[in-house]
Ligand binder design. Structure first.
Ligand code: HAM
Length: 415
């Protein structure tokens, strides 16, 4: 039997219904915050991702040559495509530009619970503004999305990658080795980070203070310990968030992020219920447009791992009630057959979601099918009732039946 490829999944109707519902919660929240939806291709020129995503993403890239010998790649994330789209067609739009997107991404990772090779991100970007207000607005949007989905237990941590970058630069780490060191720090592989730093001549004391930075964690009181302007900057971000009613955010300079393009504020959200793959959202501020042929434009954004957050909600036992259809129409004799199709056509035209027996089943089996389709009502069409212009309406949850005139059927079902 042919299965779907490793690390990918099929979504059956029940799961798809749940996913579509929560997608719409996220879309509504994004719109409430003034973002507008965009869509970019699933594959791009590979260079778009090679230029600046960093070693993590490069090792996991699904890259290939097409028949025209172009180097292409399935998108591993949607920030670089969003900025390319901005440079290509939106650079003259009034700033700030607030966009959001939803779609699948591909990374050649080792699949496990919450980690897939094809997964979905819901992300947003504010393009054209570098200010604490922008960063706060982005974090507030992410926080509102997580809240709107109903996840109970999660932590939001914010940091500033500029502090580590400055420290690496002060310690004379060559710029081309930054990504490698940051990648190890992101994965908390301190020994490996130490040996890279030692190999480029950084002294033990400096290595210690670089690693110490990643352990600067706590409430607003730790902001005063942060060297340079980053502490004051993050305080402003937090103050704006407090004014917007977003509380409970932790400071954590250990938020390093797995992607290489961030330059300033960075943040992550995690759901402890997920165990190892607990990061449900990540983002921060960066500039990429100048790499793609545009002017340098400051941008801040984030992406929620849609599959992961749904998994966390499931683990927390958040119930989801499936919709079903309003009515299932069945007929009990050959004379009533055409009438069944006429009635279902009429119900659908009146916006009643209705299905009809297309397999000519006996009543008991047809009713069983109606229950599995989660129909609220069964409409039973028999020859005797038809003579009087009526049908039997059966409430599928109580089993109660009543005679209803065909002209009143749609309103009886809607009512
Ligand atoms: P990222 O942290 O690489 O950031 O991915 C965002 C989220 O996608 C993660 O927090 C995680 O929940 C989810 N995710 C990542 N890899 C997988 C996987 N293999 N399976 C399931 N879920 C996964 C970005 O991609 C940035 N583009 C975010 C951003 C937008 N930064 C600025 N703007």
């Amino acid at each position: 039997m042919i299965q779907c490829p490793r690390g990918t999944r099929d979504f059956l109707p029940d799961e798809m219904e749940r996913r579509r519902f929560y997608e719409s919660v996220l879309r509504d929240t994004a719109r409430t915050f003034g973002f507008r939806e965009t869509e970019t291709p699933i594959f791009e020129e590979a260079e778009l991702f090679i230029l600046r995503s960093g070693p993590n993403i490069l090792n996991e890239l699904y890259a290939f040559r097409d028949k025209g010998d172009r180097e292409l790649a399935l998108r591993p994330e949607m920030t670089a495509p969003a900025v390319r789209m901005f440079v290509n067609g939106m650079s003259n739009d009034p700033k700030p530009i607030k966009i959001f997107y939803f779609g699948q991404c591909f990374r050649y990772e080792r699949p496990q619970s919450g980690r897939y090779r094809e997964f979905f991100q819901f992300g947003a970007e504010i393009i054209g503004s570098a200010a604490p207000e922008t960063d706060a607005e982005v974090i507030a949007t992410a926080a509102a999305m997580i809240k709107a989905l109903g996840l109970k237990e999660y932590k939001l941590r914010i940091g500033h990658i500029g502090v580590l970058r400055q420290k690496l630069s002060d310690a004379k780490v060559p710029a081309e080795r930054f990504a490698e060191v940051l990648q190890k720090l992101d994965k908390k592989l301190y020994d490996e980070a130490r040996s890279i730093l030692a190999s480029v001549g950084v002294e033990d004391a400096d290595i210690g203070s670089i690693i110490d930075i990643t352990e600067t964690v706590g409430g607003p009181e730790v902001l005063s310990k942060i060297e340079g302007d980053a502490g004051a900057y993050l305080k402003e971000v937090l103050d704006i968030l407090t004014a917007m009613g977003v509380e409970g955010i932790e400071i954590d300079l250990g938020v390093v992020r797995g992607l290489d393009y961030y330059t300033g504020m960075v943040f992550e959200a995690e759901a402890p219920v997920l165990g190892a793959e607990k990061q449900i959202c990540g983002g921060g501020s960066y500039t990429l447009s100048e790499l793609f042929g545009g002017e340098k434009v400051f941008t801040t954004g984030f992406a929620i791992g849609f599959d992961r957050i749904l998994l966390a909600m499931e683990r927390e036992g958040i119930p989801f009630v499936h919709d079903g259809i309003d009515a299932y129409v069945l007929y009990v004799s050959e004379e009533a057959r055409m009438k069944a199709f006429e009635i279902v056509g009429d119900l659908r035209s009146k916006n009643v979601s209705a299905d009809v027996d297309i397999m000519g089943r006996k009543m008991a089996k047809a009713l069983k099918y109606a229950a599995s389709a989660r129909a609220r009502y069964a409409v039973i069409i028999g020859p005797k009732e038809l003579e009087e212009g009526s049908v039997t309406l059966r409430n599928m949850s109580t089993g109660e039946q009543s005679l209803v005139r065909i002209c009143d059927l749609a309103s009886a079902i809607k009512g």
